[in-house]
Design a protein around this ligand. Structure first.
Ligand SMILES: Cc1cc2nc3c(=O)[nH]c(=O)nc-3n(C[C@H](O)[C@H](O)[C@H](O)COP(=O)(O)O)c2cc1C
Length: 203
């Protein structure tokens, strides 16, 4: 086992300081307080994140993305972390456009270093206004990103958290997420799993 604490990056894919931010901060608090993880947080809120324009600059040069915007900050954090918890509000039954943009832009990292993500571990959290509003497709989209990029994809385990954390905010921002006690159980179970599998894989 490596001596240094596990590095966990939490990402909120919401453009607001609201339910998703609360959920990801709670995941990081749990990881830090229960497991002494070293944590970092990134939110898409107020960030300039250009769409990938498929110019292939990253493929041709292998020097990263043509855009110099707020992705620079998250590129560094994505490299730094051993484990991720990516969270998204459910928009039209799936991840937010902001999170999708962030994920698309990681193509430049892989173009530069094809194994940049290899061996990292990822879990997911989906926060919907409705009880069954598309949380599971949202989790699946995040897991697809992990699979494509050689990141080990971690659910929350059977009998409780299955594909990850599913939160019902009732469209009430942070207070709504905080009131969803069952949803928070899925979050804690997912983080517990993320940490235990990460520690096993680190040896
Ligand atoms: C464009 C848009 C689409 C949405 N689509 C859904 C949806 O398909 N299913 C759902 O449960 N909630 C949907 N919602 C509600 C949000 O998922 C919900 O309020 C969530 O808690 C927002 O997260 P935030 O408070 O972190 O911004 C949508 C909200 C927006 C703005």
């Amino acid at each position: 086992m490596s001596n240094r604490p596990l590095r966990v990056l939490g990402v909120s894919g919401s453009p607001r300081k609201a339910a998703t931010e609360f959920v990801i901060q709670e995941a990081l608090r749990h990881a830090k307080e229960k497991y002494n993880a070293d944590t970092q947080y990134f939110s898409v809120m107020d960030k300039k994140l250009n769409f990938c324009i498929h110019c292939d600059h990253c493929i041709r040069t292998r020097e990263g993305c043509v855009f110099k915007d707020d992705m620079e900050e998250v590129y560094e954090l994505l490299e730094w972390a051993d484990a991720y918890i990516l969270g998204s509000p459910v928009y039209q039954g799936n991840i937010s456009g902001q999170l999708k943009t962030l994920l698309d832009r990681t193509r430049a990292m892989v173009a530069k270093n094809p194994t940049v993500f290899e061996g990292k571990i990822g879990a997911a959290a989906a926060i919907g206004g409705d009880r069954v509003g598309g949380q599971e497709p949202t989790l699946r989209s995040i897991h697809d990103f992990y699979m494509i990029n050689l990141i080990f994809s971690i659910g929350g385990g059977a009998f409780g958290a299955n594909l990850g954390a599913t939160i019902w905010s009732k469209d009430k921002k942070a207070a709504g997420a905080e009131a969803d006690k069952q949803g928070l159980k899925t979050l804690h179970k997912t983080v517990d799993r993320l940490i235990s599998v990460s520690n096993k894989l680190r040896g």
